[in-house]
Write a protein of this length. Structure first.
Length: 367
């Protein structure tokens, strides 16, 4: 099958973002399964690069203005069976593909409102012109049906995945812990995500007094970029107010190999996000055989089986702090949940599974 795939996010090696990682990983997995993929994304310079026999990358500097020309070149040169769009910025390419009679797919990585309002309207147009709308979770699928009036039969789910060779359990690496000043942590509680209000770092800070009363040597670490400087300052100020500043660390700019090592070194992972269309970091943590404590939010209950491979906060009246202490206080439970988490990911959340699902969706477009 021949696929033209577009996203306005740069390659993960240039700047890792959730959508960029997901879109490129899908393209790579499709190519490994023998499909021909032309992948068009934002870049620091205009250029073309081949990866293997089946994947061609084209980077576009002025993406919003020039993605149409790039996609038309791909359509004329490669006659794609499907044009698969991951962003509203690629609307011109999707409209052109639709006008030329190509099969079109719009991939929604979350249905939160866009600003300005015009972008939300553009997304609605893209969905109406697409033969299928792909949602990253059942929760996102229901949001799309409700918010955009898209027929339920048109909206399908394809879960994101993880590279289980890259994200895997590793032996504890003292040198990595020392590098980030974490070698003295008695219990290491880790979350991965940009520092912003919806990701819930403030919730973790506010439950740290309870955690420290049971484990005085515990440390909470968040790994992720500080997009919101004002919120970052408020998190650190709150930690000082509560007397837990010495047990809270916000770390950004971590190389991928260090990230995997830090996840593997953690006793458990937390994901206190209030809105999560999928939760890519969660499956990465589970792939490293870590139990995850998460809020009952968005797609997280679709990923985590409560009390099997993690804990969904709010079940049976548990708070975030209660859930953390339950796992920290029971090493056998921690190991059992971690093993179940790794098994869950290898069975259900790999990029090859995602690519297989995409092939199924593509084949259904002609029916």
């Amino acid at each position: 099958m021949n696929v033209c795939m577009l996203t306005d996010k740069p390659l993960p090696t240039v700047r890792p973002t959730g959508v960029g990682i997901a879109a490129f990983s899908m393209a790579l997995a499709l190519s490994k399964r023998g499909n021909t993929v032309n992948y068009i994304c934002r870049g620091e310079e205009d250029g073309t690069l081949s990866i293997g026999d089946n994947l061609t990358l084209r980077t576009v500097v002025h993406y919003s203005k020039d993605n149409l020309g790039a996609s038309l070149a791909a359509i004329r040169g490669g006659a794609p069976d499907v044009v698969h769009v991951h962003s509203s910025a690629a609307a011109p390419s999707l409209v052109a593909a639709w006008a030329l009679g190509r099969r079109t797919v719009f991939h929604s990585h979350g249905d939160q409102p866009l600003h300005p309002l015009g972008l939300t309207l553009v997304r609605s147009v893209e969905m109406s012109l697409s033969q299928r709308v792909i949602a990253v979770s059942e929760r996102t699928r229901q949001d799309i049906i409700r918010n955009h009036g898209v027929p339920g039969s048109k909206v399908v789910v394809a879960y994101n995945g993880v590279d289980t060779d890259e994200f895997r359990p590793l032996p504890r690496e003292p040198s990595v812990l020392q590098k980030y000043g974490l070698e003295e942590a008695e219990k290491l509680i880790l979350s991965v995500g940009a520092v912003q209000a919806r990701k819930g770092q403030m919730r973790m800070v506010e439950c740290m007094p309870k955690v420290l009363s049971a484990w005085p040597g515990a440390t909470y670490v968040n790994v992720g970029p500080t997009y919101d400087l004002a919120f970052t300052d408020s998190v650190l100020d709150r930690a000082r107010e509560l007397g837990v500043a010495g047990a809270v660390r916000l770390i950004s700019g971590v190389p991928q190999e260090d990230l995997v090592a830090l996840i593997s070194a953690a006793d458990l992972c937390v994901h206190p996000s209030s809105r999560e269309p999928f939760g890519l970091a969660v499956v990465e943590e589970m792939a490293c055989a870590k139990p995850v404590v998460a809020l009952d939010s968005g797609a997280l209950p679709e990923i985590i089986d409560n009390m099997v491979d993690g804990i969904i906060v709010g079940s049976m009246g548990r708070t975030l702090g209660d859930s953390i202490l339950e796992i920290l206080g029971d090493p056998a439970l921690m190991r059992r949940m971690g093993a179940a988490a790794r098994d869950k990911v290898t069975d259900k959340f790999t990029w090859d599974k995602t690519a297989s699902r995409l092939e199924e969706i593509y084949r259904g477009l002609s029916q």
